[in-house]
Design a protein around this ligand. Structure first.
Ligand code: FMN
Length: 409
């Protein structure tokens, strides 16, 4: 059975929206949901990670209670057997858009980011309307990761040829422009673009806080151009594979141009990376787990997964090896809680604004992270503690409190 978060409604305490609160944190923290079979890791090593709604709902509630900023759900379309192998990697998955709607009443503060392939048969009016509704159900906590689809076999499932790479981002740009107008304009919209057209379209209610949080993860010049025009949060991938030491050297070359380009457009963006965290009380234990996950990889699933990510016309993940993909995630952070936090500190120093973590055995690994890593992040100045509910009558009168803005470190 699903349970509801016991976290206080922070907006009543600090007057901030979830996104405003997230960007006040020195280092943003999100969870990559494992809502597809096997999550990020095509390995047969033992674990209880599950794609089911109940399992993911419990994780969402735990991160809400622990004060994470966001949870993120990816979208992928696969044929029978998923990426294959004995483990039928990612064959089962629950849809991120519908899942976000279902998680909204179970959580209180965390941003719910769902991924949508906007070019697979949707009209901007659909997403503008459905997204505004989820935003209302969640009281302004819904966000959208706009993806254009980097696997050409997905396009075939929707009955069309894959669109050329740059055209995909041009289409997404038009799609997003129409959505934004529907979310903000107070009159019927007539629009005729190159790919989308609408006459007399209107969306009400509008999203709760103006525009919902928009997310993007492109690496190519056109992907970056799209992201810096529209996204609030941009995922950067390591240009040098999963080794965090190398990534700390190479990431600035990826991050700085994105931030500069956004600023030229008058926009500030937050850059996140998605590390896979393998944390144990000793480094030896962490390295042993890391080795075991890789040793027990499902070779067929790894090969298919690796080929999907490194093939095609996309520019992310180009330097990741097949062995990197046996673990998954963009960087591999392996070690004690202190070592994990040290990596976070280094990532922040090179311009990363936060991480969205994924794990192997999500339930226990997340619990360990919350009890051992999170307090050290607070000590290191990476995270503010969650505001506490005050006892007595004052706390009940906070609903209309003026936003207090970011607290200083
Ligand atoms: C953290 C992260 C999450 C992503 N989530 C998805 C997703 O859920 N579905 C999808 O089709 N693509 C996803 N992508 C892929 C990107 O949208 C994009 O296609 C890819 O990074 C290639 O960028 P490019 O087209 O600019 O080369 C994700 C990428 C990253 C780095």
């Amino acid at each position: 059975m699903t349970r509801i978060s016991s976290a206080p409604y922070l907006q009543q305490l600090d007057g901030l929206t979830s996104f405003e609160r997230a960007v006040c944190q020195p280092f943003m923290l999100g969870l990559f949901m494992p809502h597809q079979q096997g999550a990020w890791t095509p390995s047969k090593a033992p674990r209880k990670t599950s794609w089911t709604f109940e399992y993911n709902a419990e994780l969402a509630v735990r991160v809400d209670e622990a004060g994470f900023d966001l949870i993120f759900a990816l979208a992928t379309w696969l044929g029978k057997g998923g990426y294959g192998g004995d483990i039928h990697f990612r064959e089962h998955s629950i849809d991120p858009f519908i899942t976000s709607a279902a998680l909204a009443p179970l959580t209180h503060n965390v941003l719910l980011i769902s991924t949508i392939h906007v070019l697979y048969g949707w009209h901007p009016l659909h997403i503008a309307k459905y997204g505004a509704v989820i935003d209302h159900i969640s009281h302004g906590r819904w966000g959208l990761n706009v993806v254009t689809g980097y696997r050409s076999d997905e396009a075939g499932m929707f009955g069309h040829e894959a669109f050329p790479h740059n055209q995909r981002y041009a289409m997404a740009d038009e799609f997003t422009t129409v959505m934004k107008r529907l979310w903000t304009e107070d009159q019927n919209l007539d629009y005729t673009g190159e790919w989308y057209k609408t006459t007399g379209a209107f969306v009400a209610p509008k999203p709760v806080n103006g525009l919902p949080v928009l997310v993007s993860a492109g690496s190519s010049p056109s992907g970056m151009d799209y992201a810096t025009s529209h996204a609030d949060i941009i995922f950067a991938t390591s240009p040098t594979g999963a080794d965090p030491g190398k990534a700390c050297t190479s990431l600035p070359q990826r991050i700085m141009p994105i931030k500069a380009q956004a600023r030229q457009k008058g926009r500030e963006v937050k850059i996140l990376v998605n590390p896979h965290v393998i944390c144990r009380p000793t480094e030896k234990e962490a390295q042993a787990w890391y080795k075991r996950i890789r040793d027990e990889r499902d070779e067929v699933a790894v090969t298919n997964f690796f080929n999907a990510f490194t093939g095609g016309d996309q520019s992310s993940w180009r330097q990741h090896s097949a062995l990197d993909w046996a673990v998954g995630g963009n960087l591999h952070l392996v070690g004690t809680p202190e070592m994990i936090v040290e990596w976070f500190v280094r990532l922040r120093q090179v311009g990363v604004d936060g991480v969205q973590v994924n794990f192997f055995d999500f339930g226990p690994d997340l619990d360990d992270f919350i009890t051992t890593v999170l307090p050290l992040m607070q000590q290191a100045g990476l995270r503010h503690a969650m505001p506490k509910e005050e006892s007595g009558s004052e706390s009940h009168d906070r609903a209309n409190a003026a936003p207090r803005g970011c607290q200083s470190d």
